[in-house]
Design a protein around this ligand. Structure first.
Ligand SMILES: [Fe+2]
Length: 382
């Protein structure tokens, strides 16, 4: 068995209403200046929390996260500049993946001699002095437990990953009640993104038994509950299962990470500003069909976790699993074709070029993906 290093937050609090527990966190007790970066819909929740007695005599700076879509380098730089003067001892992100990613980078880069451009890539960050707490409000990125943050480079229109053990938060609070207000479309897209994290980790060239358990459990939880939460956003059990499944997906990201679905999705996000979960949802079935021959057994095991009970060969079981993902995606009214989101044949070579540059993920794919393969996968989805 290969060796592997698992990095996780020191404290993971999960449960309905668990955000209230945040006010008693030991990290806050020992800090005087606390910066909250908060998604707009959660502002009232955070204001309520801030009123709590435990925050008395502390300086609290509440920043509303206002960027739309993937945050860009310059947007983050502005955020950084605006908040450096406050010099927080703790940064707390409350929101979806983009909010958490920016909170993670703020904690790492506020009053740090390293510049943003110096830390893009894997392992360039020298450290983090500011404590970091993440509170997710969507069930998708798993950023609350992962070492990843993604920004959009507006000059190249490419998404760039900042990956570092120092971006793993010190603590995270997963409160399913905070995800109750998420609209059905976002529930579906973020849910499929989380599902793709688990599937791409399990079928990964570098899959590992320590991560397989998270991946399989995440696949099962998401496949059993996504449609329930899509149809009834107030189904707290389904919301809880999705949030847990998404956290399991996040735990897969650090040690194993994703592969070709995410790599082929980069151009759709960067160039066409297609939501991350949506582009992954469109790409995933076709990429899995392409990958299947490289490891039929693993793909069949994914299908089993998705609830497929069919008897047959590994290939047959795996294909039934892929069809189940398509059916789930359709039932959630997610578009199935690239043409439905404005992508035409003329741009496929450019999309493939962008994907080919995402070597940090492509190297994980169970089957080698050439530029021509990438174009063929996109073509099948027109
Ligand atoms: Fe993702």
């Amino acid at each position: 068995m290969n060796s592997i290093t698992l990095l996780q937050p020191q404290k993971i609090v999960f449960g309905e209403g668990s955000m209230k527990e945040l006010s008693k966190d030991a990290i806050l007790e020992h800090a005087n200046r606390i910066l909250f970066l908060v998604a707009t819909p959660l502002l009232s929740n955070v204001r309520e929390l801030v009123k709590n007695i435990h925050f008395k005599n502390k300086e609290i700076h509440l920043v509303e996260y206002k960027f739309l879509g993937e945050p860009t380098f310059s947007q983050f730089e502005t955020l950084l500049k605006e908040n450096e003067g406050f010099n927080p001892e703790v940064v707390i992100g409350v929101g979806g993946g983009s909010v958490l990613d920016c909170a993670k980078l703020l904690a790492a880069l506020i009053n740090n001699s390293q510049k943003l451009t110096e830390v893009v890539g894997i392992g360039f960050l020298n450290g983090r002095k500011i404590k970091l707490i993440c509170v997710p409000t969507t069930s998708g990125t798993g950023s609350e437990v992962s070492p990843n943050a993604i920004l959009l480079n507006e000059e190249t229109q490419a998404k760039s990953g900042i990956i570092s053990p120092y971006l793993v938060p010190d603590a995270c609070y997963l409160d399913p009640l905070l995800t109750m207000g998420l609209p059905p479309k976002l529930t579906a897209e973020t849910g499929i993104d989380a599902l793709s994290h688990c599937i791409e980790a399990y079928t990964n060239k570098f899959a590992h038994p320590t991560v397989d358990v998270y991946a399989l459990q995440g696949i099962q939880l998401i496949s059993e509950n996504l449609l329930k939460a899509y149809n009834n956003g107030n189904d707290v059990e389904a919301r809880s299962a999705l949030l847990l499944g998404s956290m399991y997906g996040g735990l897969c990201l650090g040690p194993v990470n994703t592969s070709a679905v995410h790599a082929l999705s980069y151009g759709l996000g960067g160039k066409f500003h297609i939501a991350h979960g949506l582009s992954n949802a469109i790409l995933m079935p076709e990429v899995l069909r392409f990958n299947l021959s490289a490891n039929p057994k693993r793909h069949a095991e994914v299908a089993r976790a998705l609830g497929i009970t069919l008897d047959g060969t590994d290939e047959e079981i795996a294909l039934a699993g892929i069809e189940k993902i398509e059916a789930l995606s359709k039932a959630c009214n997610i578009p199935q074709r690239l043409t439905q989101i404005g992508v035409t044949e003329a741009v496929l070579p450019e999309l493939a070029d962008i994907a080919m540059n995402v070597t940090r993920l492509l190297k994980n794919n169970p089957r080698e993906v050439t530029r021509e393969d990438a174009i063929n996968i996109y073509k099948k989805l027109l």
